[in-house]
Design a protein around this ligand. Structure first.
Ligand code: EPS
Length: 390
C-alpha cells in the first residue's frame, strides 16, 4: 500500500517526506523532482520568502543507482531561511528573549484553534506546522508518484481557473494545459492570456489594499484507464479519496469533481455524459461527447480525463489585519502580521497535482499490484488487453 507522511516546521531546519510502498525498479529522475519543486515556488503574488528558498529534493533512502528499490523513500528539503531562525526556533531550550511570539491569532488561520488544542500560550508553534510550506514536501513525493503514473501513460497537470473575480469562462482543453506547462515563466498559470492579465490586476489591487485573494485551480489527470477506485466500500471511492486529498491542502475550503457544483442546479439531461461507441478512439471503445462527471462515475474512473478543482480561501495573513484579541492580555487588538504571500493559487495547483498523483498511484497499485515495476506493468498490460477484448 502506498503511504506517505511529512514532517518539518516552516522555519525549522528542513522538511522531510516519507513515501512507502512504491515498487522497485522505477527510474528516478532527480531533476524532475527539483523542477516540480521550482514550479510550486512560482506565481505572481508570492511573498519575500520565495526569494530566499530554492527547494531541492535531497533523497536520503529508498533510491539507489537511479532507481527505487522498494524500500521506504525519505526526502529532505532544506529550509534556507533556517539561518535566520536558529535563535528563534532552536531544538534546545535556547534564549526565550529570542523566541518570536505570535501575539494575536489571525482570523482564518490555524492560530487560535491550534493554540487552544495544544494548550500553547501563543501561536508560534501552530503556524510553523500549519503553514503551506509543508506542501513542498508533498510535491517532492508527488513527483515520484507522477513518474510512476507516467509508466502507465497517465499525466497529471494543473491550471488556474479563477483568482478573485477573474475567471476563465470555457473549459480548458488538455493540449492548452500542456502548452501552459511548457512556458518558462509561470505568472498565474492561466491558459487564457486576457484572463491571466485580469488575474494579475486582482493581485495588484489586493496588494495595494493590504488584503489577500483566493481562487480556484483545476487538476487534470490525462490517460487514466477506467476502473480505478470502487463503489464497493465508501472509503475506497475515487472521488472521496481525491476530495479528501485536495481538501487536505492548506487554504482549500471546497472541492469540485467535474462540473459537480453547477450540476446541482441543472436537469439530469444537461449534466450526464451520453455514451457512444467507437472502437478506434478509446481503449474499451466506449466514448463520451462531454465530461461533466470529471472522469468518475460511482466512485470509479470511467476512462475520461479526471478533473478536480480546489477552491482556495484568501490567505489569512493580512497587511491590514482584522480584529483579534491579544493572547496575553485578552484585550482587543489587530491580528498579528508576518511577511506573507497575497495569492498562492498557482502554487496550490502544483500541490494539488501532487495530491492527485499520490491518490491515483495508490489506486493504480491497488488495482495492478506488484513489488517491482515489471510485475505492475505486466498486470497493467493484461488489464488493458481485457478492456480491448471486452
Ligand atoms: C506561509 C507564510 C509564508 C509563505 C509560506 C506559507 O512564509 P513566511 O512566513 O516564511 O514568509 O511564504 O510558504 C512557503 C514558505 C512555501 O514554501 O510555500 C504560511 O503562513 O502558510
Amino acid at each position: 500500500m502506498l503511504r506517505y507522511f511529512t514532517a518539518g516546521e516552516s522555519h525549522g531546519e528542513a522538511l522531510v517526506a516519507f513515501l512507502s510502498g512504491l515498487p522497485a525498479g522505477l527510474k528516478v529522475d532527480q531533476a524532475f523532482l527539483d523542477h516540480e519543486l521550482w514550479r510550486r515556488q512560482q506565481g505572481y503574488g508570492r511573498g519575500g520568502r520565495m526569494k530566499i528558498e530554492r527547494d531541492h529534493a535531497h533523497i536520503l533512502s529508498g533510491v539507489r543507482h537511479g532507481m527505487s528499490i522498494g524500500s521506504p523513500i525519505s526526502i529532505q528539503l532544506e529550509n534556507r531561511d533556517w539561518k535566520n531562525w536558529q535563535e528563534s526556533l532552536p531544538v534546545s531550550q535556547g534564549d526565550p528573549a529570542h523566541h518570536k511570539r505570535v501575539a494575536s491569532p489571525r482570523p482564518g488561520h490555524a492560530d487560535l484553534a491550534g493554540a487552544l488544542k495544544y494548550n500553547f500560550p501563543e501561536a508560534r508553534y501552530v503556524l510553523e506546522r500549519a503553514s503551506a510550506r509543508e506542501s513542498a514536501a508533498r510535491v517532492a513525493i508527488g513527483a515520484l508518484a507522477k513518474l510512476f503514473l507516467r509508466e502507465l501513460g497517465i499525466e497529471v497537470l494543473s491550471h488556474v481557473v479563477a483568482v478573485g473575480h477573474a475567471a476563465v469562462q470555457s473549459p480548458i482543453e488538455w493540449t492548452e494545459i500542456q502548452n501552459l506547462h511548457h512556458r518558462q515563466e509561470i505568472l498565474l498559470n492561466c491558459a487564457d492570456a486576457a484572463t491571466e492579465q485580469r488575474m494579475k490586476d486582482e493581485v495588484d489591487r489586493v496588494l495595494k489594499a493590504g488584503d489577500s485573494v483566493g481562487g480556484v485551480f483545476e487538476v487534470v489527470a490525462h490517460g487514466v484507464p477506467p476502473g480505478l477506485g470502487t463503489y464497493a466500500q465508501w472509503d475506497e471511492r475515487l472521488d472521496a479519496l481525491l476530495a479528501s486529498a485536495i481538501m487536505s491542502l492548506q487554504a482549500v475550503k471546497g472541492v469540485e469533481i467535474g462540473s459537480g457544483i453547477s450540476a446541482a442546479g441543472s436537469p439530469g439531461s444537461a449534466v450526464h455524459d451520453e455514451i457512444g461507441y467507437d472502437k478506434k478512439t478509446s481503449a474499451s471503445g466506449f466514448t463520451r461527447a462531454r465530461n461533466n462527471a470529471g472522469g468518475i462515475e460511482g466512485g470509479v474512473s470511467n476512462g475520461e480525463e479526471i478533473r478536480v478543482r480546489g477552491y482556495l480561501k484568501p490567505i489569512s495573513t493580512l497587511r491590514r489585519p482584522l480584529r483579534s484579541v491579544d493572547f496575553a492580555t485578552r484585550q482587543p487588538v489587530s491580528a498579528a502580521y508576518e511577511r506573507s504571500d497575497v495569492c498562492v493559487v498557482p502554487a496550490a495547483g502544483v500541490a494539488g497535482e501532487a495530491m492527485v498523483a499520490l491518490t491515483l498511484a495508490r489506486c493504480a497499485l491497488e488495482k495492478f499490484g506488484g513489488d517491482s515495476m515489471g510485475e505492475v506493468l505486466r498486470n497493467f498490460r493484461g488489464y488493458c488487453q481485457q478492456l480491448k477484448d471486452y
